[in-house]
Design a protein around this ligand. Structure first.
Ligand SMILES: Nc1nc2c(ncn2[C@@H]2O[C@H](COP(=O)(O)OP(=O)(O)OP(=O)(O)O)[C@@H](O)[C@H]2O)c(=O)[nH]1
Ligand SMILES: [Mg+2]
Length: 485
Protein backbone atom coordinates (compact mmCIF):
# COMPACT_ATOMS: atom_id res chain seq x y z
CA UNK A 1 0.00 0.00 0.00
CA UNK A 2 1.45 3.40 -0.97
CA UNK A 3 0.97 6.33 1.40
CA UNK A 4 1.41 9.69 -0.13
CA UNK A 5 0.83 12.99 1.66
CA UNK A 6 0.40 14.49 -1.76
CA UNK A 7 -2.80 12.48 -2.31
CA UNK A 8 -4.36 12.84 1.13
CA UNK A 9 -5.21 16.44 2.09
CA UNK A 10 -5.99 15.38 5.68
CA UNK A 11 -2.61 13.74 6.15
CA UNK A 12 -0.79 16.97 5.42
CA UNK A 13 -2.98 18.86 7.88
CA UNK A 14 -2.44 16.29 10.63
CA UNK A 15 1.28 15.90 10.05
CA UNK A 16 3.62 17.62 12.54
CA UNK A 17 4.91 20.97 11.31
CA UNK A 18 8.26 20.73 9.52
CA UNK A 19 11.34 21.79 11.51
CA UNK A 20 9.53 21.26 14.87
CA UNK A 21 11.86 21.82 17.89
CA UNK A 22 11.84 19.26 20.75
CA UNK A 23 10.04 21.82 23.01
CA UNK A 24 7.43 22.50 20.35
CA UNK A 25 6.93 18.80 19.89
CA UNK A 26 6.45 18.22 23.63
CA UNK A 27 3.89 21.09 23.78
CA UNK A 28 2.02 19.72 20.76
CA UNK A 29 1.86 16.23 22.23
CA UNK A 30 0.61 17.64 25.54
CA UNK A 31 -2.13 19.57 23.67
CA UNK A 32 -3.07 16.47 21.67
CA UNK A 33 -3.29 14.36 24.79
CA UNK A 34 -5.47 17.01 26.42
CA UNK A 35 -7.78 17.08 23.37
CA UNK A 36 -8.02 13.31 23.45
CA UNK A 37 -8.98 13.39 27.11
CA UNK A 38 -11.72 15.93 26.47
CA UNK A 39 -13.05 13.93 23.53
CA UNK A 40 -13.09 10.74 25.62
CA UNK A 41 -14.88 12.57 28.41
CA UNK A 42 -17.54 13.75 25.95
CA UNK A 43 -17.98 10.21 24.60
CA UNK A 44 -18.33 8.93 28.14
CA UNK A 45 -20.88 11.62 28.98
CA UNK A 46 -22.95 10.68 25.91
CA UNK A 47 -22.73 7.01 26.93
CA UNK A 48 -23.90 7.85 30.44
CA UNK A 49 -26.75 9.98 29.07
CA UNK A 50 -27.93 7.10 26.94
CA UNK A 51 -27.78 4.69 29.86
CA UNK A 52 -29.66 7.20 32.02
CA UNK A 53 -32.30 7.68 29.33
CA UNK A 54 -32.71 3.97 28.84
CA UNK A 55 -33.09 3.57 32.60
CA UNK A 56 -35.80 6.19 32.52
CA UNK A 57 -37.85 3.72 30.50
CA UNK A 58 -39.76 4.27 27.29
CA UNK A 59 -40.92 7.60 25.92
CA UNK A 60 -44.68 7.72 26.41
CA UNK A 61 -46.80 9.67 23.98
CA UNK A 62 -50.56 10.14 24.16
CA UNK A 63 -52.69 11.08 21.16
CA UNK A 64 -55.70 13.26 21.87
CA UNK A 65 -58.35 14.94 19.78
CA UNK A 66 -62.02 14.62 18.89
CA UNK A 67 -63.35 11.63 16.95
CA UNK A 68 -62.15 11.58 13.32
CA UNK A 69 -59.41 14.11 14.05
CA UNK A 70 -56.74 11.73 12.74
CA UNK A 71 -55.24 10.16 15.89
CA UNK A 72 -55.21 6.59 14.58
CA UNK A 73 -54.04 7.81 11.17
CA UNK A 74 -51.06 9.48 12.86
CA UNK A 75 -50.23 6.25 14.68
CA UNK A 76 -50.43 4.44 11.33
CA UNK A 77 -47.77 6.83 10.01
CA UNK A 78 -45.51 5.97 12.95
CA UNK A 79 -46.08 2.28 12.30
CA UNK A 80 -45.40 2.66 8.62
CA UNK A 81 -42.01 4.22 9.31
CA UNK A 82 -40.88 2.65 12.55
CA UNK A 83 -42.55 -0.76 12.71
CA UNK A 84 -42.38 -1.80 9.08
CA UNK A 85 -42.54 -5.55 9.74
CA UNK A 86 -45.66 -5.30 11.83
CA UNK A 87 -47.17 -2.93 9.27
CA UNK A 88 -46.59 -5.39 6.44
CA UNK A 89 -47.94 -8.25 8.52
CA UNK A 90 -51.15 -6.34 9.22
CA UNK A 91 -51.66 -4.61 5.91
CA UNK A 92 -53.78 -7.29 4.28
CA UNK A 93 -56.20 -7.37 7.18
CA UNK A 94 -57.21 -3.79 6.29
CA UNK A 95 -58.87 -5.12 3.14
CA UNK A 96 -62.06 -5.79 5.08
CA UNK A 97 -62.11 -2.23 6.41
CA UNK A 98 -61.49 -0.74 2.96
CA UNK A 99 -64.42 -2.80 1.60
CA UNK A 100 -66.57 -1.76 4.54
CA UNK A 101 -65.76 1.89 3.80
CA UNK A 102 -66.48 1.47 0.09
CA UNK A 103 -69.80 -0.31 0.61
CA UNK A 104 -70.83 2.35 3.12
CA UNK A 105 -70.00 5.05 0.54
CA UNK A 106 -72.17 3.29 -2.06
CA UNK A 107 -75.09 2.77 0.32
CA UNK A 108 -74.97 6.44 1.35
CA UNK A 109 -75.13 7.60 -2.26
CA UNK A 110 -77.82 5.04 -3.04
CA UNK A 111 -79.93 6.25 -0.09
CA UNK A 112 -79.75 9.82 -1.37
CA UNK A 113 -80.75 8.70 -4.84
CA UNK A 114 -83.70 6.70 -3.47
CA UNK A 115 -84.83 9.69 -1.40
CA UNK A 116 -84.67 11.93 -4.46
CA UNK A 117 -86.64 9.36 -6.51
CA UNK A 118 -89.29 9.09 -3.81
CA UNK A 119 -89.54 12.86 -3.45
CA UNK A 120 -89.86 13.12 -7.19
CA UNK A 121 -92.62 10.49 -7.46
CA UNK A 122 -94.40 12.07 -4.44
CA UNK A 123 -94.40 15.45 -6.14
CA UNK A 124 -95.61 13.85 -9.31
CA UNK A 125 -98.58 12.11 -7.69
CA UNK A 126 -99.70 15.16 -5.65
CA UNK A 127 -99.27 17.56 -8.54
CA UNK A 128 -101.15 15.32 -10.97
CA UNK A 129 -104.38 15.20 -8.94
CA UNK A 130 -105.79 18.57 -9.90
CA UNK A 131 -104.02 19.43 -13.13
CA UNK A 132 -105.41 19.23 -16.65
CA UNK A 133 -104.66 16.07 -18.62
CA UNK A 134 -102.13 17.64 -20.99
CA UNK A 135 -100.22 19.20 -18.09
CA UNK A 136 -100.34 15.98 -16.14
CA UNK A 137 -98.94 14.07 -19.06
CA UNK A 138 -96.14 16.59 -19.62
CA UNK A 139 -95.14 16.58 -15.92
CA UNK A 140 -95.36 12.85 -15.68
CA UNK A 141 -93.06 12.53 -18.67
CA UNK A 142 -90.56 14.98 -17.24
CA UNK A 143 -90.54 13.15 -13.89
CA UNK A 144 -90.02 9.76 -15.42
CA UNK A 145 -87.36 11.13 -17.73
CA UNK A 146 -85.69 12.63 -14.69
CA UNK A 147 -85.38 9.12 -13.26
CA UNK A 148 -85.68 6.68 -16.14
CA UNK A 149 -85.69 2.92 -15.52
CA UNK A 150 -81.93 2.88 -15.32
CA UNK A 151 -82.12 4.27 -11.76
CA UNK A 152 -84.68 1.76 -10.53
CA UNK A 153 -82.49 -0.98 -11.97
CA UNK A 154 -79.42 0.40 -10.24
CA UNK A 155 -81.34 0.46 -6.98
CA UNK A 156 -82.37 -3.14 -7.49
CA UNK A 157 -78.99 -4.42 -8.60
CA UNK A 158 -77.11 -2.70 -5.77
CA UNK A 159 -79.55 -3.88 -3.10
CA UNK A 160 -77.37 -6.90 -2.10
CA UNK A 161 -74.76 -4.43 -0.86
CA UNK A 162 -76.99 -3.63 2.10
CA UNK A 163 -76.57 -7.12 3.48
CA UNK A 164 -72.87 -7.02 2.62
CA UNK A 165 -72.63 -3.89 4.76
CA UNK A 166 -74.28 -5.66 7.68
CA UNK A 167 -71.96 -8.62 7.23
CA UNK A 168 -68.84 -6.43 7.15
CA UNK A 169 -70.00 -4.44 10.18
CA UNK A 170 -70.43 -7.67 12.08
CA UNK A 171 -66.94 -8.85 11.11
CA UNK A 172 -65.27 -5.58 12.01
CA UNK A 173 -67.14 -5.06 15.29
CA UNK A 174 -68.21 -1.89 17.13
CA UNK A 175 -65.51 0.27 15.49
CA UNK A 176 -67.28 -0.21 12.18
CA UNK A 177 -69.96 2.30 13.13
CA UNK A 178 -69.74 5.95 14.01
CA UNK A 179 -71.38 7.29 17.15
CA UNK A 180 -74.40 9.46 16.50
CA UNK A 181 -76.40 11.50 18.96
CA UNK A 182 -79.52 9.78 20.24
CA UNK A 183 -81.34 13.12 20.29
CA UNK A 184 -80.48 16.12 18.19
CA UNK A 185 -81.19 18.63 20.95
CA UNK A 186 -79.33 18.21 24.15
CA UNK A 187 -80.06 20.79 26.85
CA UNK A 188 -76.37 21.31 27.60
CA UNK A 189 -75.34 21.88 24.03
CA UNK A 190 -76.22 25.40 23.18
CA UNK A 191 -75.19 26.46 19.68
CA UNK A 192 -71.76 28.03 19.90
CA UNK A 193 -69.62 29.63 17.28
CA UNK A 194 -65.89 29.00 17.10
CA UNK A 195 -63.89 31.82 18.71
CA UNK A 196 -67.19 33.34 19.87
CA UNK A 197 -67.31 35.27 23.12
CA UNK A 198 -69.58 32.89 24.95
CA UNK A 199 -66.62 30.92 26.40
CA UNK A 200 -67.15 28.71 29.44
CA UNK A 201 -68.43 25.15 29.45
CA UNK A 202 -65.47 22.80 29.18
CA UNK A 203 -65.80 19.50 27.40
CA UNK A 204 -66.59 16.79 29.91
CA UNK A 205 -64.57 16.72 33.12
CA UNK A 206 -61.15 15.83 31.86
CA UNK A 207 -58.49 15.90 34.53
CA UNK A 208 -60.88 15.24 37.39
CA UNK A 209 -62.70 12.09 36.37
CA UNK A 210 -61.69 8.91 38.10
CA UNK A 211 -63.85 6.55 36.13
CA UNK A 212 -61.20 5.40 33.67
CA UNK A 213 -59.67 1.99 33.16
CA UNK A 214 -57.20 2.35 36.02
CA UNK A 215 -59.88 2.41 38.65
CA UNK A 216 -62.50 0.25 37.02
CA UNK A 217 -60.20 -2.24 35.35
CA UNK A 218 -62.03 -1.60 32.12
CA UNK A 219 -60.57 -0.32 28.90
CA UNK A 220 -57.01 -1.37 29.52
CA UNK A 221 -54.70 -0.84 26.58
CA UNK A 222 -55.13 -3.65 24.12
CA UNK A 223 -52.84 -4.86 21.41
CA UNK A 224 -54.21 -5.42 17.95
CA UNK A 225 -54.08 -9.18 17.64
CA UNK A 226 -57.67 -9.57 18.79
CA UNK A 227 -58.91 -7.20 16.16
CA UNK A 228 -56.90 -8.74 13.38
CA UNK A 229 -58.26 -12.18 13.97
CA UNK A 230 -61.73 -10.82 13.29
CA UNK A 231 -60.66 -9.21 10.03
CA UNK A 232 -60.00 -12.33 8.08
CA UNK A 233 -60.25 -11.81 4.33
CA UNK A 234 -57.21 -12.85 2.44
CA UNK A 235 -55.86 -11.99 -0.97
CA UNK A 236 -57.35 -14.33 -3.56
CA UNK A 237 -60.00 -15.60 -1.15
CA UNK A 238 -63.22 -16.77 -2.76
CA UNK A 239 -65.06 -14.76 -0.24
CA UNK A 240 -68.77 -14.11 -0.64
CA UNK A 241 -68.24 -10.38 -0.05
CA UNK A 242 -65.69 -10.17 -2.86
CA UNK A 243 -68.02 -12.12 -5.16
CA UNK A 244 -70.89 -9.69 -4.56
CA UNK A 245 -68.63 -6.66 -4.92
CA UNK A 246 -67.31 -8.03 -8.21
CA UNK A 247 -70.87 -8.59 -9.42
CA UNK A 248 -71.80 -5.01 -8.47
CA UNK A 249 -68.60 -3.39 -9.71
CA UNK A 250 -69.93 -1.77 -12.89
CA UNK A 251 -73.15 -0.65 -11.19
CA UNK A 252 -71.23 0.95 -8.34
CA UNK A 253 -69.17 2.87 -10.88
CA UNK A 254 -72.27 3.89 -12.89
CA UNK A 255 -73.94 5.13 -9.72
CA UNK A 256 -70.96 7.22 -8.65
CA UNK A 257 -70.19 8.60 -12.11
CA UNK A 258 -73.80 9.39 -13.01
CA UNK A 259 -74.35 13.14 -13.68
CA UNK A 260 -77.82 13.14 -12.11
CA UNK A 261 -76.53 11.44 -8.97
CA UNK A 262 -73.74 14.01 -8.82
CA UNK A 263 -76.36 16.74 -9.16
CA UNK A 264 -78.38 15.31 -6.27
CA UNK A 265 -75.27 15.19 -4.09
CA UNK A 266 -74.38 18.76 -4.91
CA UNK A 267 -77.97 19.98 -4.31
CA UNK A 268 -77.85 18.30 -0.91
CA UNK A 269 -74.37 19.75 -0.35
CA UNK A 270 -73.02 16.30 0.38
CA UNK A 271 -69.25 16.12 -0.14
CA UNK A 272 -68.71 12.44 0.28
CA UNK A 273 -65.20 12.92 -1.16
CA UNK A 274 -64.21 14.71 2.04
CA UNK A 275 -65.67 12.14 4.39
CA UNK A 276 -63.67 9.54 6.27
CA UNK A 277 -62.89 6.36 4.37
CA UNK A 278 -63.77 7.55 0.89
CA UNK A 279 -62.96 4.91 -1.74
CA UNK A 280 -65.48 5.53 -4.56
CA UNK A 281 -62.75 6.77 -6.91
CA UNK A 282 -60.81 3.53 -6.45
CA UNK A 283 -63.43 0.94 -7.44
CA UNK A 284 -61.49 -0.28 -10.50
CA UNK A 285 -58.37 -0.89 -8.48
CA UNK A 286 -59.77 -2.26 -5.24
CA UNK A 287 -62.66 -4.44 -6.34
CA UNK A 288 -60.55 -7.36 -7.42
CA UNK A 289 -59.83 -10.80 -6.06
CA UNK A 290 -56.13 -9.97 -5.89
CA UNK A 291 -56.56 -6.65 -4.16
CA UNK A 292 -54.04 -5.95 -1.45
CA UNK A 293 -54.36 -2.56 0.29
CA UNK A 294 -51.55 -0.12 -0.40
CA UNK A 295 -49.92 1.89 2.40
CA UNK A 296 -52.07 4.87 1.43
CA UNK A 297 -55.25 2.77 1.48
CA UNK A 298 -54.52 1.67 5.03
CA UNK A 299 -53.91 5.24 6.19
CA UNK A 300 -57.11 6.42 4.49
CA UNK A 301 -59.27 3.58 5.79
CA UNK A 302 -61.62 4.60 8.58
CA UNK A 303 -62.06 2.38 11.61
CA UNK A 304 -63.32 4.10 14.74
CA UNK A 305 -61.17 3.34 17.77
CA UNK A 306 -62.89 1.57 20.62
CA UNK A 307 -61.15 1.60 24.00
CA UNK A 308 -57.43 2.20 24.27
CA UNK A 309 -54.72 0.88 22.03
CA UNK A 310 -51.07 0.74 22.88
CA UNK A 311 -48.40 0.77 20.17
CA UNK A 312 -44.68 0.21 20.68
CA UNK A 313 -41.96 1.47 18.36
CA UNK A 314 -38.22 1.86 18.37
CA UNK A 315 -38.30 5.36 16.99
CA UNK A 316 -34.69 6.41 17.54
CA UNK A 317 -32.70 3.44 16.36
CA UNK A 318 -29.48 5.16 17.44
CA UNK A 319 -30.42 5.27 21.11
CA UNK A 320 -32.56 2.17 20.94
CA UNK A 321 -35.22 3.83 23.05
CA UNK A 322 -38.70 2.49 22.93
CA UNK A 323 -41.73 4.73 22.39
CA UNK A 324 -45.13 3.71 23.62
CA UNK A 325 -48.00 5.54 22.00
CA UNK A 326 -51.53 5.45 23.32
CA UNK A 327 -54.43 5.88 20.93
CA UNK A 328 -57.70 6.71 22.68
CA UNK A 329 -61.19 6.98 21.28
CA UNK A 330 -62.25 10.55 20.74
CA UNK A 331 -66.04 10.55 20.92
CA UNK A 332 -67.50 12.87 23.53
CA UNK A 333 -68.84 10.13 25.77
CA UNK A 334 -65.45 8.40 25.98
CA UNK A 335 -63.35 11.40 26.99
CA UNK A 336 -63.93 10.95 30.73
CA UNK A 337 -61.72 7.87 30.52
CA UNK A 338 -58.75 9.86 29.23
CA UNK A 339 -57.70 11.35 32.55
CA UNK A 340 -55.82 8.37 34.02
CA UNK A 341 -53.50 8.46 31.02
CA UNK A 342 -52.37 12.01 31.77
CA UNK A 343 -50.20 10.81 34.65
CA UNK A 344 -46.78 9.99 33.29
CA UNK A 345 -46.77 11.02 29.65
CA UNK A 346 -43.67 12.58 28.10
CA UNK A 347 -45.62 14.21 25.31
CA UNK A 348 -49.09 14.69 23.91
CA UNK A 349 -49.87 14.98 20.24
CA UNK A 350 -53.14 16.85 20.00
CA UNK A 351 -55.00 16.68 16.69
CA UNK A 352 -57.39 19.42 15.66
CA UNK A 353 -58.87 19.08 12.18
CA UNK A 354 -59.12 22.65 10.88
CA UNK A 355 -61.17 21.61 7.87
CA UNK A 356 -64.12 21.09 10.21
CA UNK A 357 -64.91 24.76 10.79
CA UNK A 358 -68.23 24.33 8.92
CA UNK A 359 -69.20 20.91 10.34
CA UNK A 360 -71.12 19.61 13.34
CA UNK A 361 -70.21 16.74 15.64
CA UNK A 362 -71.91 13.49 14.78
CA UNK A 363 -72.49 12.94 18.50
CA UNK A 364 -74.22 16.29 18.90
CA UNK A 365 -75.44 18.09 15.82
CA UNK A 366 -75.69 21.33 17.80
CA UNK A 367 -71.96 21.57 18.36
CA UNK A 368 -69.60 22.93 15.77
CA UNK A 369 -66.59 20.63 15.37
CA UNK A 370 -64.01 23.38 15.51
CA UNK A 371 -65.57 24.79 18.66
CA UNK A 372 -65.43 21.31 20.19
CA UNK A 373 -61.72 21.02 19.29
CA UNK A 374 -61.00 24.39 20.87
CA UNK A 375 -62.83 23.48 24.09
CA UNK A 376 -60.95 20.23 24.25
CA UNK A 377 -57.65 22.00 23.58
CA UNK A 378 -58.40 24.47 26.37
CA UNK A 379 -59.11 21.61 28.78
CA UNK A 380 -55.91 19.76 27.87
CA UNK A 381 -53.73 22.91 28.03
CA UNK A 382 -55.07 23.93 31.43
CA UNK A 383 -54.68 20.49 33.02
CA UNK A 384 -52.37 20.73 36.05
CA UNK A 385 -51.31 17.10 35.72
CA UNK A 386 -50.05 17.92 32.23
CA UNK A 387 -48.34 21.18 33.26
CA UNK A 388 -44.87 19.78 32.56
CA UNK A 389 -45.86 17.65 29.59
CA UNK A 390 -44.78 18.69 26.14
CA UNK A 391 -47.82 19.33 23.95
CA UNK A 392 -47.52 19.16 20.19
CA UNK A 393 -50.42 20.45 18.12
CA UNK A 394 -51.27 19.04 14.70
CA UNK A 395 -53.65 21.34 12.85
CA UNK A 396 -54.79 18.49 10.64
CA UNK A 397 -56.80 17.84 7.47
CA UNK A 398 -55.17 20.79 5.74
CA UNK A 399 -55.81 19.13 2.35
CA UNK A 400 -59.60 19.20 2.89
CA UNK A 401 -59.32 22.69 4.36
CA UNK A 402 -57.49 23.92 1.25
CA UNK A 403 -60.09 22.34 -1.07
CA UNK A 404 -62.95 23.88 0.87
CA UNK A 405 -61.56 27.38 0.68
CA UNK A 406 -60.72 26.95 -2.98
CA UNK A 407 -64.32 25.91 -3.62
CA UNK A 408 -65.36 29.24 -2.14
CA UNK A 409 -66.57 28.23 1.33
CA UNK A 410 -66.32 31.37 3.45
CA UNK A 411 -64.67 31.01 6.85
CA UNK A 412 -66.51 34.02 8.24
CA UNK A 413 -69.89 32.35 7.68
CA UNK A 414 -69.01 29.81 10.36
CA UNK A 415 -66.39 31.78 12.29
CA UNK A 416 -67.82 35.31 12.49
CA UNK A 417 -64.75 36.67 14.27
CA UNK A 418 -62.72 35.95 11.11
CA UNK A 419 -64.41 39.06 9.79
CA UNK A 420 -63.32 40.58 6.51
CA UNK A 421 -59.90 39.01 6.37
CA UNK A 422 -58.88 37.52 3.03
CA UNK A 423 -60.55 34.12 2.61
CA UNK A 424 -57.33 32.46 1.50
CA UNK A 425 -55.66 29.37 2.91
CA UNK A 426 -52.59 31.10 4.37
CA UNK A 427 -54.60 33.82 6.14
CA UNK A 428 -57.11 31.37 7.58
CA UNK A 429 -54.40 28.94 8.72
CA UNK A 430 -52.55 31.75 10.45
CA UNK A 431 -55.77 32.91 12.09
CA UNK A 432 -56.59 29.45 13.47
CA UNK A 433 -53.00 28.88 14.62
CA UNK A 434 -53.09 32.21 16.46
CA UNK A 435 -56.22 31.21 18.39
CA UNK A 436 -54.85 27.83 19.38
CA UNK A 437 -51.62 29.50 20.49
CA UNK A 438 -53.45 32.13 22.55
CA UNK A 439 -55.39 29.43 24.39
CA UNK A 440 -52.17 27.49 24.92
CA UNK A 441 -50.40 30.52 26.37
CA UNK A 442 -53.23 31.73 28.56
CA UNK A 443 -54.31 28.32 29.88
CA UNK A 444 -50.98 26.54 30.46
CA UNK A 445 -50.39 26.46 34.25
CA UNK A 446 -46.73 27.34 33.62
CA UNK A 447 -44.87 28.60 30.54
CA UNK A 448 -43.76 25.99 28.01
CA UNK A 449 -42.81 26.02 24.34
CA UNK A 450 -45.55 25.84 21.71
CA UNK A 451 -45.06 23.25 18.97
CA UNK A 452 -47.45 23.34 16.03
CA UNK A 453 -47.52 21.62 12.64
CA UNK A 454 -49.94 21.97 9.75
CA UNK A 455 -50.60 18.42 8.66
CA UNK A 456 -52.51 16.20 6.27
CA UNK A 457 -51.68 12.92 7.89
CA UNK A 458 -53.01 10.88 4.98
CA UNK A 459 -50.02 12.26 3.06
CA UNK A 460 -47.51 9.73 4.33
CA UNK A 461 -44.47 11.35 2.73
CA UNK A 462 -45.05 14.80 4.14
CA UNK A 463 -45.99 13.28 7.49
CA UNK A 464 -42.68 11.37 7.63
CA UNK A 465 -40.85 14.71 7.75
CA UNK A 466 -43.19 16.00 10.48
CA UNK A 467 -42.69 12.84 12.54
CA UNK A 468 -38.91 13.25 12.32
CA UNK A 469 -39.25 16.78 13.73
CA UNK A 470 -41.61 15.55 16.45
CA UNK A 471 -39.18 12.79 17.35
CA UNK A 472 -36.37 15.30 17.62
CA UNK A 473 -38.28 17.77 19.76
CA UNK A 474 -39.67 15.08 22.09
CA UNK A 475 -36.20 13.66 22.67
CA UNK A 476 -34.66 17.09 23.22
CA UNK A 477 -37.36 17.99 25.70
CA UNK A 478 -36.81 14.67 27.37
CA UNK A 479 -33.10 15.27 27.72
CA UNK A 480 -33.80 18.70 29.15
CA UNK A 481 -36.19 17.30 31.69
CA UNK A 482 -33.59 14.74 32.64
CA UNK A 483 -31.15 17.69 33.06
CA UNK A 484 -28.76 16.08 30.67
CA UNK A 485 -28.46 18.90 28.19
N1 LIG B 1 -58.26 13.95 3.77
C1 LIG B 1 -57.78 13.71 4.99
N2 LIG B 1 -58.28 12.70 5.71
C2 LIG B 1 -57.76 12.48 6.93
C3 LIG B 1 -56.72 13.25 7.48
N3 LIG B 1 -56.43 12.78 8.70
C4 LIG B 1 -57.25 11.74 8.90
N4 LIG B 1 -58.05 11.55 7.83
C5 LIG B 1 -59.08 10.53 7.66
O1 LIG B 1 -60.09 10.78 8.61
C6 LIG B 1 -60.62 9.55 9.09
C7 LIG B 1 -60.63 9.56 10.59
O2 LIG B 1 -59.31 9.49 11.08
P1 LIG B 1 -58.93 8.60 12.35
O3 LIG B 1 -57.43 8.60 12.42
O4 LIG B 1 -59.61 7.30 12.29
O5 LIG B 1 -59.56 9.50 13.51
P2 LIG B 1 -59.45 9.28 15.08
O6 LIG B 1 -59.04 10.59 15.66
O7 LIG B 1 -58.58 8.13 15.41
O8 LIG B 1 -60.97 9.00 15.45
P3 LIG B 1 -61.58 8.10 16.66
O9 LIG B 1 -60.92 6.76 16.59
O10 LIG B 1 -63.05 8.06 16.39
O11 LIG B 1 -61.27 8.85 17.92
C8 LIG B 1 -59.80 8.44 8.46
O12 LIG B 1 -60.51 7.89 7.37
C9 LIG B 1 -58.56 9.13 7.97
O13 LIG B 1 -58.01 8.52 6.84
C10 LIG B 1 -56.21 14.33 6.69
O14 LIG B 1 -55.31 15.07 7.07
N5 LIG B 1 -56.79 14.51 5.46
MG1 LIG C 1 -58.97 6.30 16.25
Amino acid sequence: MIHSFGLDPLASILAPPPNETPQQRAARERAEAEARKISEAIDEQIRQERIALRKKGPVKVLLLGQSESGKSSTIKNFQLHYARDQWMAERLSWRTVVYLNLVRNVVEVLDLLVQAMEANSGRRSTSSADTPDSDRERRSQSSTTKFPDKYSLLKLRLAPLRSVLTDLERRVGPGSQEVYSSSSTSPTSEKRMPFGREGGGGVGNIGSSNNGWKSSGKGRPSTREGRNSSLQMRKGDHDEVTDILLACKEDMKSLWEDPLVQEILSQRRVRIEDSSGFFLNDIDRIVSRDYEPSDDDVVRARLRSVGVQEHKFTVDADQGREWIMYDLEGTRSSRASWAPFFDDMNAIIFLAPISCFDEQLREDRNVNRLEDSLQLWRTVCSSRILAKTQIILFLNKCDIFRNKLQRGVLVKTYVPSFGDRQNDVATAMKYFQHHFKEIFKSCSPEPRPFFVYFTSVIDTQATAATLAMVQDSVLRQNLQTARLV
